[in-house]
Design a protein around this ligand. Structure first.
Ligand SMILES: [Zn+2]
Length: 414
């Protein structure tokens, strides 16, 4: 690795653009929901690129895809890299895809340079990082790490009520779901390249973020049952308005998150469904979906407990029924100091600026951390914008990420 990697940046950018065109939406909109026709076409495209690069491709029972470059000592645990290619409705071209096609490009560069890894290097494309279809994020990596067991997976349904079993079979993925789980130590190290999805790197003019911790997400679903009625006929005393009760809960969550005093605590109510949803009808039922995150799991759980206490209090005072369901509450992940040191040395060697930072968004690496030491490498994205069609990472940023990833993989696999 004495020479500068011969990065074929134009080729990679063309592949990112080609992948973005495989979408259920009109360009520049990228929509690729897991197991949809667009998802399957995108998988076929990426698998074709991996095979053309000389990698051996395997898929597991949930559709996680592994492109393997065998090392000189294949009995050693491989070095892993990768991300996801599914995209939420109305998304952009870089979330996840930079880690997949950028990871592939890093491997191609190393092969072109005649590098022969001691450990095998494996590119992983995780199934359904986005929660769009089944309401739970990181389906593939969760199952890989046995955080979601097959019985729980089989209970998942999409909005049309179609089960995971039916949908994966239709997408061509069969076999026992038990076989998706990988043993601890399966990967020697795992590195995920990703866009920051926040504004800090761009604002500070820094090429790369070396991620030291990934925040822990929790989600509580709340259903409030009140009493409906005519908006004119039913007088204010004695109303059991489910939406005004919900308003108290939304504000209680905001105040609980602010009260920790920590910049890393964030909480959001992103879904509020009102029934019956008519202007002249008192809301009888509301469903809220909440998202609470922190890099400190205990602090995050205190916010969650405050929210549950607010639910009990509001139910009591307003005479409504409040039911809660914990959708997920995952622990945070600390990144591996050895990988961070290797990324740091690689960034220096490549002449790229970097800073250590935390990831407030969660990623497949949060779950891979259960079975392997992980770290993430962030590149800037314009305005911090992500999950929108105008999501953008400049060729310079993408190039820096791939360059440093290639050097990192080479060092880890040597
Ligand atoms: Zn992502």
């Amino acid at each position: 690795m004495s020479t500068r990697p011969n990065l074929s940046l134009d080729g990679l950018l063309a592949e990112l653009a080609e992948l973005a065109r495989i979408s259920e939406g009109e360009p520049p909109v990228v929509t690729r929901v897991v197991f949809s026709e667009a998802d399957l076409r995108a998988r076929a495209y990426v698998k074709g690129l991996c095979t053309a690069a000389g990698l051996t491709v395997r898929e597991d029972a949930i559709g996680n895809t592994f492109a393997h470059w065998q090392g000189r000592e294949p009995e050693l645990a491989p070095v892993g890299t990768g991300s996801h290619i599914d995209a939420i409705p109305n998304a952009g071209s870089y979330d996840g895809t930079v880690g997949v096609l950028g990871g592939l490009e890093a491997i191609r560069v190393l092969r072109q340079l005649g590098f022969t890894p001691r450990r095998s290097i494996e590119l992983v494309i995780f199934t359904a990082e986005e929660p769009t279809r089944f309401g739970i994020g990181c389906l593939g990596s969760r199952m890989m790490a046995s955080v979601l067991i097959p019985a729980q997976a089989l209970a998942l349904r999409d909005k049309e009520g179609r089960g995971l079993e039916e949908l994966r079979a239709q997408a061509g993925f069969n076999g026992a779901l038990e076989s998706v789980a990988l043993a601890g130590g399966h990967y020697y190290k795992f590195v995920e390249l990703h866009i920051e999805q926040g504004p800090l790197l761009e604002q500070e003019g820094i090429d790369l973020g070396l991620v030291t911790a990934i925040a822990a997400p929790a989600s509580l679903r709340i259903q409030i049952e009140g009493e409906g009625g005519h908006a004119g006929g039913k007088l204010m005393p004695g109303r059991k308005d489910a939406l005004t009760a919900s308003a108290e809960l939304i504000l209680a969550l905001e105040s609980a998150a602010k009260s920790t005093g920590a910049i890393d605590t964030v909480a959001t109510v992103g879904v509020c469904e009102v029934f019956p949803g008519a202007v002249n009808s008192i809301p009888s039922r509301v469903r809220l979906e909440t998202d609470i995150r922190d890099i400190d799991g205990a602090r995050r759980d205190r916010v969650l407990e405050n929210l549950k206490a607010a639910c009990a209090d509001v139910a009591n005072r307003r005479g409504v029924a409040v039911a809660t369901e914990l959708v997920n509450a995952d622990p945070p992940a600390s990144c591996d100091e050895e990988i961070l040191a290797v990324m740091e040395a690689s960034a220096k060697e490549a002449g790229r600026s970097y800073k250590r930072m935390v990831s407030r968004a969660y990623h497949d690496s949060l779950f891979v951390a259960r079975i392997a030491p992980v770290a993430m490498l962030f590149i800037p994205c314009r305005g911090g914008v992500s999950h929108r069609p105008d999501e953008y990472a400049s060729p310079k940023w993408v190039g820096a990420g791939v360059h440093v990833l290639a050097r990192t993989l080479a060092r880890l696999a040597s």
